[in-house]
Write a protein that binds this ligand. Structure first.
Ligand code: GMT
Length: 373
């Protein structure tokens, strides 16, 4: 099959998932055409049957805001026409679903029928999409997609709650390649970070307000009172400068390292003992799933789709948003001795296996076959 995938090329979960899906489909012999404004960060090296089409938005003095959506729709038309594309799979509704609708109409005028699959990822529904500036267009383009999928049961419910649409929404969970993330830790690397055998805690996100990254730091400080540990903060975003400034004047804060954006998450996770995700909302929490696949138990909030991924008392623990005392208490109960940590690590891996790439990618292929036939 020749499949065009439209996504954000950045470190955000929707872009990561779309890129990993494209790579997995190409391994199965499909030709994948990524359409976006930059090479997707998780794409890595050369793949014989993966192609990248850059959306260029020419500037013009009249434009205060360059019309990306128009350029994207035109690029979709061009790629479909020149690469015999069978379907368009767009990730994150804004503005990809409405651009796909436009492309589909243009192609219909040329007697070409191109099915559109839209995968909803989270903030396109729960935050940005429901804003009345966007919601009429998001509602319309969801209705007009041939197939609509959501990455968790919770996101499906949120979509029906926030938009008046009748369309069925199929839940296809996000996935992880367990064989890639379940790596043996490199002792020398672990020693470099934690020379005295301290526990290594990790947080990874785009440091937006919704992630409540200051709660990560607060939780770490409480854990540190009971268990020697280090904290690795991975990623970058608007809240990072404020958080870094919070870590300037407390002594345990010397144990906090900001690593910025990293594309070898599997190496960093391989030396981690605990993953902390304090978000106000997560439709799924792909970063937590990747941690579990690397045998890292998860301390998270209990919101959105997280209870569908993190099993309380098994793969980690969940607490109410902002309850850093509870998060720290739970973390200490996992980290306090090697035996308990070993059990949680094993459980985290077992839970992650339910979302292994081999279980989920065939579900997308089945949808593609259905929509094409
Ligand atoms: O978390 C973000 O801010 C990025 C966002 C995105 O669209 O890239 O992530 C959303 O999609 C991910 C992949 O499906 C999910 O794992 C995240 O939970 C979801 N984020 C939120 O719902 C806040």
């Amino acid at each position: 099959m020749n499949i065009a995938i439209v996504c954000y090329p950045t470190f955000g979960g929707s872009g990561v998932l779309a890129t990993e899906l494209g790579k997995a489909l190409s391994d199965k012999g499909h030709n994948i055409h990524f359409i976006t404004y930059q090479q997707p960060v998780r794409l890595g090296g050369f793949h014989a049957n993966i192609f990248y089409h850059e959306v260029r938005v020419p500037s013009y003095p009249l434009f205060d805001f360059a019309p990306y959506e128009t350029a994207l729709a035109s690029t979709m038309v061009d790629v479909v026409n020149n690469h015999d594309i069978h379907l368009l799979h767009v990730h994150y509704a804004i503005p990809h679903a409405s651009a796909a609708y436009m492309a589909k109409q243009i192609l219909a005028k040329q007697n070409k029928k191109i099915p559109v699959i839209t995968t909803l990822h989270g903030t396109d529904i729960t935050l940005v999409g429901r804003d009345k500036t966007y919601s009429p267009v998001v509602t319309f383009s969801m209705e007009e997609s041939d197939i609509l999928t959501a990455v968790s049961e919770n996101l499906r419910e949120e979509t029906y709650k926030n938009f008046s649409i009748d369309k069925p929404i199929e839940v296809i969970y996000n996935f992880v390649d367990v064989s890639r993330f379940n790596k043996r830790p490199v002792d020398a690397f672990k020693k470099l970070i934690a020379p005295k055998g301290e526990r290594i805690l990790v947080h990874a996100s785009n440091f937006r307000k919704i992630k409540r990254v200051d709660d990560v730091l607060k939780t770490f400080l409480l854990i540190y009172e009971k268990v020697p540990c280090k904290l690795l903060m991975i990623g970058d975003g608007p809240e990072r400068p404020y958080l870094e400034s919070m870590t300037r004047d407390c002594s345990p804060c010397a144990e906090v390292k900001f690593l910025g954006r990293q594309d070898q998450m599997e190496d960093l996770l391989s030396i981690a003992d605990l993953f902390i995700l304090t978000s106000e909302y997560e439709s799924f929490g792909l970063a937590a799933l990747e941690a579990m696949a690397a045998q890292v138990p998860v301390i998270s909030t209990n919101v959105g789709g997280l209870p569908e991924i993190n099993i309380n008392g098994f793969s980690g623990y969940m607490s109410n948003v902002g309850d850093v005392d509870d998060m720290a208490k739970n973390a200490v109960s996992i980290l306090k001795d090697d035996e308990t940590l070993k059990v949680f690590k094993k459980n985290a891996l077992e839970q992650a296996k339910k979302f292994d790439i081999s279980n989920i990618v065939p579900k997308y292929e089945a949808l593609y076959n259905k929509v094409i036939s």
